[in-house]
Design a protein around this ligand. Structure first.
Ligand code: FAD
Length: 497
């Protein structure tokens, strides 16, 4: 049952408070008064570039800025060993163009724009199309390893995955970047939470006021790069911008990603884009036993989604995000993705089964649909009716007459054994809205003016995604825009000194 929630501060008040109040906010909690009292820090350090966040966007930015000769430090609010953000938990899929030709780049843009219903930022999308392969080559040159490109079902975009493969490669890739950064003289301050941006008299961002175990400390810099990730763990922001009940969903990633960079940038006058409504979230139906990696996304298109009443509820071929959002609207917010012995042989399904097995998450199996229904707790007669109607409509790889229709990847469910990924529940993967940036990753004010000295990259920057994304697109964004932010922030150092 939907519960009514009364918000203590509406959106307009929120933006007024956060954007134009004199430091009236604290991070992770919308408690306006406390941060206004942030005293000046007694301890200070000076760098060319300060990067906040050690996920892929932050690490790419930090290493890129170093390459251009900048003295760089990284701030990470979590202790050492817990760094890496949601990037560390990620599947490790990166969306690339199939080659460097103009045609491949145009196809990439087309795929992205289709997924965002034409509402993604075209200029940023073109940059990704232009630089995704080059940025992966850059990482290869630094010693990181990737699998051969794999096809994204139904799209021209390809994915490479950090080696050795899904979910196992990201920690390794991030560790390599970290050691390169440290070897080149970079400093990482762990358990150090950025609390506020420091602005000088000219209105230029001149550093970050942060808090560690000893109290406040100022990190002065000629440029600051925010790479603080999303706000999926900030209940107030979810309630205000997405849905009064959005905070009821599970969070697939870290429970500490509270939109700190969004809030700090807003306070410095930056604009936010693509915030608002379910279109601003990436949701996947995942196993509650492992919300991060228990995601059978490679299999979804081939399966049949069944809700607690034994009914289908979506065109499964639309992919795992559409399925995740639809799962949120099903009774008990719990669904099963069903397949049979033949469908199990499809490479995407085989890979998802292997993934679940590796994680120790049981896949429900049965000799008959009636037995499967009992095991997944749905009315048996209704499940059998639903499957028989679906089967009757399958022809030439689609089921246009089924209710709801399935437009591709349709196979009859008829060959025992029968299987189900069950239970699956909706979990937030990514928040799409964030700081508005230009093609150099510079943060922008609502009138389009650049905020001097302030850059944002990765999930804390908004505009690229709306409603859905192509698998691998977020890490591609972190890598490409993080690298660009690093290069340009280092340039800011040169032009100003
Ligand atoms: C389970 C899962 C699987 C995913 N798989 C994929 C995938 O395969 N491909 C894909 O494209 N996308 C994937 N995504 C999405 C993708 O992982 C994220 O969008 C991306 O990693 C975000 O990277 P980032 O560098 O912007 O932020 P993060 O990696 O989240 O890093 C942000 C860092 O900033 C730190 N931080 C935050 N606030 C502060 C502060 N105030 N002071 C100091 N430090 C701070 C955080 O502690 C964190 O370490 C997945 C997401 C999840 C949850």
């Amino acid at each position: 049952m939907k519960k009514e929630k009364k918000l203590e501060c509406n959106r307009r008040e929120f933006i007024r408070c956060v954007g134009f109040g004199a430091g009236l906010f604290t991070l992770g909690k919308l408690d306006w008064a406390e941060a206004a009292l942030l005293p000046q820090a007694k301890r200070k350090e000076k760098y060319d570039v300060v990067v906040v966040g050690t996920g892929l966007a932050g690490m790419a930015a930090a290493v890129a800025a170093q390459e251009k000769g900048a003295r760089v430090c990284l701030l990470e609010k979590l202790p050492e060993g817990q760094d890496g953000g949601n990037s560390r938990l990620a599947g490790g899929f990166i969306a690339i163009t199939k080659d460097k030709s103009q045609g491949a780049k145009e196809e990439y843009v087309k795929d992205f724009m289709k997924k965002s219903m034409g509402k993604g930022n075209l200029a940023l999308t073109k940059i990704l199309a232009d630089q995704s392969l080059e940025a992966v080559d850059w990482l290869k040159g630094l010693g990181l390893e990737f699998t051969d490109p794999v096809t994204v079902a139904g799209y021209n975009v390809k994915n490479v995955i950090f080696k050795p493969g899904p979910y196992q490669g990201m920690p390794k890739g991030l560790a390599t970047l970290k050691s390169i950064f440290i070897q080149k003289g970079g400093k990482i301050f762990f358990a150090t939470k950025a609390k506020q941006l420091i602005l000088n008299d000219a209105g230029t961002v001149a550093g970050v006021r942060a808090q560690d175990a000893q109290g406040l400390k100022d990190f002065q810099a000629k440029a600051v790069i925010l790479a603080t990730g999303g706000y999926s763990a900030n209940k107030e922001m979810l309630e205000m911008f997405v849905d009064p009940n959005a905070d009821d969903m599970m969070v697939r990633g870290l429970k500490v990603l509270t939109g700190d960079g969004h809030l700090m940038a807003r306070e410095a006058g930056a604009m936010w884009v693509n915030m608002g409504g379910m279109v601003s979230l990436h949701v996947a139906a995942v196993s509650p036993k492992n919300t991060a990696a228990g995601n059978p996304f490679m299999a979804i298109a081939y399966t049949v989604g069944i809700n607690k009443e034994g009914n289908r509820y979506i065109d499964e071929s639309l992919g795992y995000v559409a399925n995740g959002k639809a799962a949120m609207r099903q009774p008990g917010q719990t669904v099963a993705m069903i397949f049979d012995e033949n469908i199990k042989k499809q490479p995407g399904v085989t890979a998802a089964v292997q993934q679940f097995t590796r994680l120790g998450i049981e896949i429900v199996e049965a000799e008959s649909l009636a037995e499967l229904a009992a095991k997944i707790d749905v009315p048996s007669a209704n499940l059998e009716k639903t499957i028989s109607e679906f089967n009757a409509n399958v022809a030439n790889g689609a089921a246009p007459g089924a209710k709801p229709p399935k437009s591709a990847f349709a196979f009859k469910i008829e060959t025992p054994k029968f299987y189900a990924f069950y239970p699956l529940v909706p979990g937030i993967t990514i928040t799409f809205g964030g700081i508005k940036i230009n093609e150099h990753a510079q943060a922008l004010e609502p009138d389009g003016k650049v905020i001097p000295g302030l850059y944002a990259a990765g999930e804390c920057a908004g505009g690229l995604f709306y409603e859905d994304y192509i698998g691998g697109a977020s890490l591609a964004n972190c890598l490409v825009m993080g690298r660009i932010a690093g290069y340009h922030a280092a340039l800011a150092k040169k032009t100003k000194s």
